[in-house]
Design a protein around this ligand. Structure first.
Ligand SMILES: [Zn+2]
Length: 309
């Protein structure tokens, strides 16, 4: 740790926000990019992952920058071990009052791929490098969710499970929720084989509408489209789902992409937090770009921005 997390940096991280979640000054959210940090290649520059081989001090500095952009302290950051499963952790007062919380979650290996809470001033965080981050806000019951949706968890309907957990804990009606799908690998770049298509066939009858055949036994899969269908199937209104449409593999200049840059690359983090205070303006991202609205066409932006080579 090199400095206070709340001071301003001349080289601020570039962040992505969705217009769908920007209308409340009591809600904070962001999808990180790889820009505005201090790590060196292949983790340049805003790598937020400590377990990928990067210099730990650089990662710590990057985390100060990312979370500090919103005045978020380390003790407010709720993260768990992500395992590509279907587990949803409800972060309630009993858990949050545990000694050592929230660090204890990682220390003890809490393994989940979605987090939900209605507690204020806790940042639910999932990390990604191609998998889709999905953020959910229930403005009626004041609750949020952060979901890590790779293909395995998507096949287990992780986004719908997060909504079910919100309903069970807070009485959430999915029709009230606003959802943002963040940067992840898109159909333009995500060719998959039988293991993935077999799994998709089990989760969604119409999954083939989100796939384009490439060569025998392979398709290019629109994982965001599948997740959108899962969300709609769970009761979320289509016009309340906004997809940033950003492809991590197309835009490896902006994002870390496991597939485009393997074997080694960094990790982004994606956060959502309910503010306790109603006074003051919503903190703006220090530099960045907004996601498109719910009617955006995922993939168009990818193709337009595809790098040479
Ligand atoms: Zn792409």
């Amino acid at each position: 740790m090199t400095d206070s997390p709340t001071h301003r940096f001349p080289d601020s991280p570039m962040l992505i926000q969705s217009d769908n979640l920007r209308d409340s000054n009591r809600l904070v959210h962001a999808f990180s990019t790889r820009q505005g940090g201090v790590s060196r290649a292949p983790y340049a520059t805003l790598n937020l992952g400590q377990s990928v081989g990067d210099d730990p001090e650089a990662v710590q500095e990057n985390r100060w920058r990312f979370f500090g952009s919103f005045g978020i302290q380390p003790v407010q950051v709720v993260r768990v071990k992500q395992v590509h499963g279907d587990g949803v952790l409800t972060v309630d007062e009993a858990l949050a009052s545990r000694r050592g919380f929230p660090g204890v979650l990682l220390d003890e290996g809490y393994a989940y791929d979605a987090l939900v809470t209605n507690l204020t001033d806790l940042a639910l965080v999932v990390s990604t490098a191609d998998c889709l981050p999905i953020l959910v806000h229930d403005p009626v019951h004041r609750a949020v969710a952060a979901v890590h949706a790779g293909w395995r968890s998507t096949a287990k309907r992780i986004a719908a499970r997060a909504l079910l957990a919100m309903t069970a804990a807070y009485g959430t009606d999915p029709a009230d929720c606003r959802v943002a799908i963040g940067p992840g690998i898109r159909g333009c770049c995500y060719e998959v084989g039988a293991a993935v298509t077999d799994a998709m066939a089990g989760v969604l009858p119409g999954w083939g509408a989100h796939a384009v055949a490439t060569r025998p036994g392979h398709v290019r899969l629109d994982l965001a489209g599948v997740n959108r269908a899962v969300l709609e199937g769970a009761g979320v209104r289509p016009d309340r789902i906004a997809d940033t449409g950003l492809c991590t593999a197309c835009r490896a200049d902006v994002f870390f992409s496991h597939r485009a840059e393997k074997p080694r690359t960094g990790r982004m983090m994606n956060l959502i937090l309910l503010r306790a205070e109603t006074t003051g303006k919503a903190p703006a991202a220090p530099g960045g770009m907004s996601g498109k609205g719910g009617d955006g066409a995922p993939g168009d932006q990818c193709r337009a921005a595809r790098r040479e080579g």
